[in-house]
Design a protein around this ligand. Structure first.
Ligand SMILES: [Zn+2]
Length: 117
């Protein structure tokens, strides 16, 4: 059975991360939710490499659990920086995995869609 994930648009946390990374657009994962800033779900989901990268982080959250993953991620970032952080290395490798997105199904947030109409 496929794992599920959610998308949070106009996320406060993704906005903070975008500022910190000096990035125009941002996607970041907390648990099973992909937080977006300055990009729409349609644009994000169409970009398979980007989607796979974030799905790899969802897999990491699941593998280690919230507390342990956030702690290990922070330690890696402090010791090696963003790019050489092993969780980022793994996520970049996952961008080439054409089967990764088949293992996850996107559950739209209905409350959010209603606000759009
Ligand atoms: Zn990443």
């Amino acid at each position: 059975m496929a794992d599920t994930f959610h998308i949070k648009e106009d996320s406060f946390w993704a906005k903070l991360a975008a500022k910190r990374m000096k990035a125009d657009k941002m996607a970041m994962v907390l648990g099973t939710t992909i937080h977006l800033y300055n990009t729409q779900p349609q644009e994000f989901l169409r970009n398979k490499r980007w989607l796979r990268h974030e799905l790899a982080h969802i897999r990491q959250f699941r593998q280690y659990g919230w507390i342990r993953f956030l702690f290990l991620y922070l330690v890696e970032s402090v010791r090696k920086g963003y790019y050489m952080n092993r969780f980022e290395v793994e996520a970049r490798e996952a961008e080439q995995d054409p089967f990764l997105e088949d293992k996850y199904s996107f559950i739209p947030n209905f409350a959010q869609s209603e606000n759009l109409t």
